[in-house]
Design a binder for this molecule. Sequence first.
Ligand SMILES: *Cc1c(COP(=O)(O)O)cnc(C)c1O
Length: 368
Amino acid sequence: MEKPIQVTRSAMPDFDEYVEEIRGLWDSRWLTNMGAKHNKLESMLCDYLRTPNVALFANGHLALESAIDALGCNGEVITTPFTFVSTTHAIVRRGLKPVFCDVNKDDYTIDVGSIEELITERTSAIMAVHVFGNVCDVYKIESLAEKYNLKVIYDAAHAFGVSLNGRSIATFGDISMFSFHATKVFHTIEGGALAYAGQNLKAKMKGLRDFGIAGSGSVIMTSGNAKMNEFQAAMGLCNLRHIEDEIEKRRIVVERYRKHLGDIKGIRMNPIQENVKSNYAYFPVVFDGYRMSRDEVFEVLRAESIFPRKYFYPLTSDLECYRDEFDSHATPVAKELSGKVLTLPLYGELELRDVDVICDIILNGGGR
Ligand SMILES: *Cc1c(COP(=O)(O)O)cnc(C)c1O
């Protein structure tokens, strides 16, 4: 490849569109602290995500930590290690203990059949991940949460715009976290949001982003700063205008990958889930019994300046900061998956002929 191909490339509005969006800030001089752009984006996201409440944050990670605080979780939280490290860090940084549950072999989300045996009297919540935009078994998780009186937080960082049976993914569980990082399907450069139904959380959400401030002279809780600024919100307002177009372009790229890799022995593609409207966030491929291992495919592509990523390897339970404390063999499906999965380049602007080249290298490269 003449120019390197990374696993993703940030969607950007036209330069002029962004400039037009931020022009007013030179008059208002209101650059952050729940400004006009921020409030407009919150309300537009309520519409887009079809949820009664959205609280914007400076980034997805702080949103996730704040979700734990907002619900008053304590003790143990059941979660999965096949995710970006943010999920595990959020639990640990709030002083709680992650209890790792295995994932499904077919869609990589939490294995709901293994949750119950991990519940103890210290369990306060389930933090499940809609990994790669694949939807968790939300109905089973809901019934377990009711039975054992647990809170449910979804790490929906990958699932912006996804719906199940026509119902927005943002409306399941107590709170769903979305990341608007530059690498995500919808972004605000850095940014994130919590979507929630409970009106009782509204005051807390405000405080959690803004030093616990409830009003002038009134601070009701200990909290840090996680506010989204006006330049971030302006990027969000621009990108939201083009989100359907971005998702449609990604769909076409995914179709192309599927055409090439669909019927190849030893290559397993991301599942197409029934009744799910996908956002085509990622294109993970599992090499299981293929003539090349995942690591070989990775190297062969890299030699051609194509840079897929080993999402998610290692498991978070295998990372230096956690491996002394956890045994990743306790989640055998996740362990095996993390050794075989490779996430191929996917973004709206990816040229179909580049997809053809990537697939040709996977199918014919590396010698025999
Ligand atoms: C991106 C991501 C996060 C963190 O979001 P940031 O906006 O980067 O802070 C959390 N969880 C998962 C699964 C992610 O992919």
